[in-house]
Design a binder for this molecule. Structure first.
Ligand code: NAD
Length: 510
């Protein structure tokens, strides 16, 4: 089963990587907040929570930076992001390693996360020459009407533990080219990677004469530090990624001060496996989407609807894949399933499996994998749960590797089951039937922000707009026209004639 029972310490390796990445030692050795590695459960650093005064100072500095940065031409702002991309390329292995040590991702996924940062930097550099508005037809002679896009102000970014660096970059690369400074409140579970990214940003900024002081800041802490950011009138945009519970608090607080909120919240993603599906391709797609990142992606596959005609053929193969997936130290090249972030996550998984059993679920896997001398680490065998119906527990997002499998009879029923979840992030259909694929992606198909065909729901590219509907919050980040969230739109009407015709034919003759 490829299970490791002994795991090497993560602390000294973390210290070496932090040093190579240029993070000042006092930032991670003398603080009040202990940081644990999920690999061993041991404390690997002590970081400093930001005090209310430090949060206020970071916001003041960011606002002052905004007053200068908004006047730097956008392509020159893009130059800063190009330099940041260079720093990330050079540091890809080290930063990836720190993601592994702090978030527990396997090496290829951790480096993939850094690659995503590089990709969004490249994208944003191109975008810095394409922040265009429209010229619109005006009803008045000798007039021109256009829309222009201007920098918005300080962007507050709140991130979750499971994408500790990529989510910042989706926001920050766009915000910087759009003319906005960024103040970042990373997850309290993954502050080290945030400190490392800030060190890399500083290297890039030092090579960019246009970059003002205070353009990027990291404020570490828990909910209270996040709330200070959320409530600040100096922050016109809050981009918050995390649970739906967090969004329920953050959304209304930002709205109460008429700020703008970009919410990227929980998902409960489904896939439909139709009778014509390619079994081998589907098996790989389902296995990666459901077990990858130990089930800790917002886009993780959590619900699988298999057509009754292929259920008996497919399930044994899926069960075999679950039984053989190597669980263990994410630093080992052979591991596919690393640890959960902490013991609390394992408790959540255990409770969900109990609830599933109580409603008729047949559970395969899901047991704890104990590692010698690491009682605080949480390794589990991914769980496959055959459910008779889509019970209440299935409609909840449990942030752990649990895949609920159900049978369906016809596509309308499967689409209704897909859409029955309160969340609306990602979804897929595996089919070789064009009609079914189109039905799934059309207006009356999947109601999610992402709807894929013959690809699992996880593993999005940065070129598309990323985000979801309903309890996922409605935000869109990364590609397409997501940049518009980071700018304010002005409609300008210019009269180049000598008369003053009024719109709608209104007369006001003095
Ligand atoms: P979490 O909600 O516990 O924490 C996320 C962040 O919000 C942390 O930085 C936390 O300190 C902060 N926070 C919590 N309450 C806050 C408040 N009242 N005000 C301000 N900040 C507050 O989430 P988590 O456990 O770190 O991450 C897992 C969750 O994130 C899952 O639900 C997952 O689906 C979701 N997620 C969503 C996306 C997406 O793009 N939709 C991406 C990654 C993760």
């Amino acid at each position: 089963m490829n299970l490791q029972t002994k795991i090497a310490s993560a602390a000294s390796e973390a210290a070496d990587v932090l040093e190579r990445l240029g993070v000042r030692q006092d930032l991670w050795t003398t603080g009040n907040r202990a940081v644990r590695s999920p690999i061993t459960g041991e404390v690997i650093a002590h970081v400093h929570d930001a005090s209310p005064e430090q949060v206020a100072a970071a916001l003041d500095a960011a606002h002052t930076a905004f007053l200068a940065w908004r006047n730097v031409p956008a392509p020159r702002r893009g130059e800063l992001v190009r330099l940041l991309g260079e720093e990330l390329r050079a540091a890809k292995r080290d930063l990836g390693r720190l993601v592994t040590l702090e978030a527990g991702k396997i090496v290829s996924e951790a480096e993939g996360e850094v690659q995503e940062m590089i990709d969004i930097c490249d994208y944003a550099v191109g975008l810095s020459r394409q922040l265009f508005g429209l010229t619109l037809a005006t009803e008045r002679p000798e007039h021109r009407m256009m829309e222009t896009w201007h920098p918005l102000g300080v962007t507050g970014v709140i991130t979750a533990f499971n994408f500790p660096v990529a989510v910042w970059s989706w926001n920050a690369a766009l915000a910087f080219v759009c003319g906005d400074p960024v103040v970042w409140k990373p997850s309290e579970k993954t502050p080290l990677t945030a400190l490392a990214v800030q060190a890399l940003f500083k290297r890039a900024a030092a090579r960019c004469p246009d970059a003002p002081e205070g353009l990027s800041a990291v404020i570490i802490g828990g909910r209270d530090v996040g709330e200070a950011l959320v409530d600040s009138p100096k922050v016109p945009l809050i981009s918050a990624t995390g649970s739906t519970a967090m969004g329920r608090t953050v959304g209304p607080r930002v709205a109460a001060r008429f700020g703008r909120a970009l919410l990227e919240l929980g998902g409960n993603n489904a896939a439909i496996m139709a009778p014509s599906a390619d079994l081998d391709l589907t098996l790989r797609g389902v296995a990666f989407a459901a077990m990858g990142t130990a089930g800790q992606r917002c886009t993780t596959l959590r619900r699988l609807f298999v057509h009754e005609s292929i259920y008996e053929r497919f399930l044994p193969r899926l069960k075999a894949a679950y039984a053989s997936a190597p669980v263990g130290d994410p630093r080992e090249g052979s591991t596919l399933v690393g640890p959960l972030i902490d013991r609390m996550a394992f408790d959540g998984m255990r409770k969900a499996l109990e609830a599933a059993r109580a409603t008729g679920g047949q559970v395969t896997g899901g047991e704890a994998v104990e590692i010698e001398a690491c009682p605080d680490a949480a390794y589990v065998r991914p769980a496959l749960v055959e459910m008779p119906t889509q019970a209440e527990i299935v409609l909840k997002e449990t942030f752990a590797p649990i895949l609920y499998v159900m049978r369906y009879r016809d596509l309308d029923e499967a689409i209704a089951l897909n859409n029955a979840a309160p969340q609306g992030l990602s979804s897929s259909i595996f089919t070789n039937d064009l009609r079914e694929a189109e039905a799934f992606t059309c207006a009356s198909g999947s109601d999610c922000g992402i709807a894929n065909v013959n690809i699992g729901p996880s593993g999005a590219e940065i070129g598309g707009a990323f985000g979801g509907e309903k309890e996922t919050g409605g935000g869109r980040e990364a590609g397409s026209d997501s940049w518009k969230a980071y700018m304010r739109r002005a409609t300008n009407t210019v009269n180049y004639g000598r008369t003053l015709p009024l719109a709608q034919g209104v007369r006001f003759d003095l």
